[in-house]
Ligand binder design. Structure first.
Ligand SMILES: [Cu+2]
Length: 336
């Protein structure tokens, strides 16, 4: 790993500490030290040149000031050595900065070749949702926090729903940041190196509650701990119906049912207008009909072949939700 420059400590300033300081949170990912190193190289170059140039300017102002008895000197127009020096030295310094920043930029954009875990990130006004790909359970969205395992590489696949606005995910302790753009998938990878809780901010002004679009990244040591946390968040007993309904829909129904009237080939009717169909008769393929109510939704979920909606295939998988989950999905459907 990259050692920090230590220049801050040398100069007696709390500028370049690696363990977190007034200026920076602790370095908690594999690229954090490189990001800080690049920053301090540029910062110290700027400080040295600023002090040098301003100092020389002040010195010359005093030294050559107009005063009684002082004779004006003829200004020299050319000094080849000096001019070469002030072209070549900055060129070398800029190439060094270019080299360091390119090296760390490539580290930041290229994830390792294997073992990378994908997490789908969905930002919307004004909340974050995370879905853990390849998790050994299906109900894998978390909305309260982002859970990670120490020393494992992660690839974020980041997006925002089509009708939302641009957001941006920023984890200062990891020194990483990436936009979430409506209708696009952006990528961001990182590997946490410390356990603990870290801030995650939306860093793109996104409307009224932008300032509250903050959450925490929780990094734990073991797979078992991580799994317990992710599952605890999904625990239907602990989640509001309001939150649970859309989660169940997103996790289980989107492959066959849309909310915007579009028809998925081989899927079921769009849920658009479901609230209006509530309490009215629904016609089925076998010529029977039935009122759309709680019992109908329960049967649709548990025994989908019983009432097959006219014009649709008998192709729905059955779901055995508990009472609270069913209540949540019914509330969600009635709002469509
Ligand atoms: Cu935002």
């Amino acid at each position: 790993m990259m050692a920090d420059l230590g220049l801050g400590k040398l100069a007696g300033l709390p500028l370049a500490q690696s363990g977190g300081s007034f200026w920076f949170p602790p370095q908690s990912s594999t690229v954090a030290a490189g990001s800080d190193f690049t920053y301090f190289v540029v910062l110290w170059l700027c400080i040295i040149f600023f002090v040098g140039i301003c100092g020389a300017t002040l010195y010359f102002m005093v030294k050559y000031r107009k005063r009684p008895g002082h004779k004006e000197e003829i200004t020299s127009t050319h000094n080849t050595k000096l001019e070469l020096a002030w072209s070549i030295i900055p060129l070398i310094l800029l190439l060094v900065v270019f080299g360091i920043s390119t090296y760390w930029y490539l580290e930041m954009v290229n994830p390792p070749n294997s073992g990378v875990r994908e997490i789908k990130v969905e930002a919307s006004q004004w909340k974050w949702r995370f879905k853990y790909e390849g998790a050994p359970f299906t109900k894998s969205w978390t909305t309260k926090k982002l859970y990670l395992i120490k020393d494992k590489p992660y690839q974020m696949i980041m997006t925002t729903p089509d009708r939302d606005v641009i957001h941006s995910m920023f984890i200062p302790a990891f020194r990483v940041k990436q936009d979430c753009v409506p209708g696009r998938y952006n990528k961001l990878w990182f590997q946490p190196t410390e356990t603990g809780e870290f801030d995650l901010f939306c860093t793109e002004y996104c409307g009224r509650d932008h300032s509250e679009m903050i959450t925490k990244v929780v990094v734990v040591d073991t797979e078992a701990e991580w799994r317990r946390l992710v599952e605890s968040e999904y625990d239907p007993e602990k989640i509001d119906l309001e939150e649970l309904g859309p989660m169940i829909y997103a996790d289980n129904c989107t492959s066959c049912h849309t909310l915007d009237g579009q028809q998925i080939p081989g899927g079921g009717p769009s849920f658009q207008g479901f609230g209006e169909r509530w309490g009215k008769d629904r016609k089925f393929a076998d010529g029977t009909s039935r009122v759309v109510d709680e019992a109908y939704v329960k049967d649709s979920l548990e025994t989908p072949g019983k009432n097959v909606v006219e014009g649709f295939p008998n192709a729905m998988t059955s779901f055995n939700f508990n009472e609270k989950e069913r209540e949540a999905i019914i509330a969600f459907l009635r709002k469509q």
